[in-house]
Design a protein around this ligand. Sequence first.
Ligand code: HEM
Length: 517
Amino acid sequence: MMTEITKLTSVADIVKACPTARRVFDQHGLKGCGGEHGPTEALEFFAAVHNVDVDALVRELNDEMRSPSKDEYIYQESLGDFIYRRFFKAAIVIVLSVGALWGATNLLQIALGGTFLQVRLVPAIQAHAHAMIFGWMGLFVMGFAYQSFPRFKYVTLWRPDLANMTLYLMLIGIAARVGAELLRPMPVGVGLGILAAGTELATITIFIVIILQTARQSVEPHQIYEKFIFGAFFWFFVQAIVSDLLFFAKVTAVGVDQVVMRIALIDGPLRDIQLLGFGALIIAGVSQRFVPAVYGLGKARHDRQSLIFWLINGSLILDIASYELFFSTGNLYYSIGLELAFILMAIWALLLVMQIRVFAKTTQSDRSLKFIRAAYTWLLISMAMLPFFLVYGVLTHQGFSHAFLGSYRHAYTVGFVSFMILGVASRVVPILAGVDSSRVSSLWGPFILLNVGCAGRVVLQILTDFIPRVAFPLVGVTGFIEVAALAWWGVELWHTMNLSHTHRAQLLRAPLPLEAR
Ligand code: HEM
């Protein structure tokens, strides 16, 4: 029998001892998290993550326990509480099919052909990239936003039915675009491209409207991390338009040479908007709200959030403008702008790491921390590579080095973006499922495999410029190592998500209290 709640008491123990305490937690953003009893995390963890004064919360809960409110609390899960599971599961299915698995198959064909520049592989590589950005990053971000944004703002999700619809719209869009890439320029490919453009733009528009309407219900003052989130959504929308522009530029090009020229003109800026705009801002925003609080890392010595925000956006715009001018005029002068943009990118990466103190001593460690730290290590590696891109091209007499660019990009997409997704998901899913995080797998296996696969790809792709006979066969294997890692992690996460299904099924089978019948 619990007599006193302290900041070390778990949320689940409090709710079991005093079911009406759940109402207090709901006011601070718990809602359906953790199933019937809530997460097994300590109260101080809940308070830190939800930005609540822990001492006031302890007092409030002790008062509730001593004299519980007369109105019984009946736990009910609604669509807004578990919608994230559908998005996460869809993202796992995509990464293990048209995403990483297809990427690995493409890489094997590249290795067998002994060159990265194979025109016949372009449609498959572009389809893979599209599936990864919209289906892996996009669906994960949408699921996470639908789940956590309302809770961070202490409101409920606006129109969960519409949010649910965006999942199916996005899946239709991705399937249509993958088909379109493979079937262009045939009319059926063009038709699929039009369908993909319509559904994906509608999805992202509806998604942004849902989040804005959710935010409007809140009386909470705006916090600076929200600027990053909405900045990311802006680039999420812009990249969808540029992605369609690229598709229709390819479809209307005459001959292979013109297709290649148009890809060279649009593809680079598109990938930068997707990764260094949408990807960077969303990860930076979520990290600032999530990482220091979740791992007990404390406050940054110098708060440079606004500077980081403007550096991310400014360097991206400078990068795109310089690239386009350099490419269309051939004037070497513009490469200075490009180099400056790369240096500014390395600076924001360093400032971001210092801001969130991800390598500082933690008070709340957990299996996900190694993924988050690996993500930031890979960010620093990829951003340290970028300023050497032009120099490398000059020294190896290639101009723009495809191998170097591909290597840097993989360090960013798998090393930074994917490690971040793996880390955030492996932290939040057990909490949301109400599963004790000390009893789930440590995930060391996928962690090591993904690092080995990613490091192998990053190093070996560059080595294909120097020792192609050795590097090509080896690089061909790295994709499958990464797929194995993602599958291992995905199966574990899927299983943990299903534990909350089981939990819900048990709850539905349990007899309802008399008053609720
Ligand atoms: C996990 C295993 C992955 C494998 C095996 C893989 C494989 C590949 C290969 C072989 C290429 C062509 C490389 C080149 O031409 O240099 C490529 C390009 C690309 N991949 Fe991946 N990839 C993986 C993960 C990812 C992830 C997680 C993302 C995004 C978050 C991603 C996004 C891209 C992009 C944007 C491109 C560039 C496409 C273009 O040239 O326009 N990939 N990938």
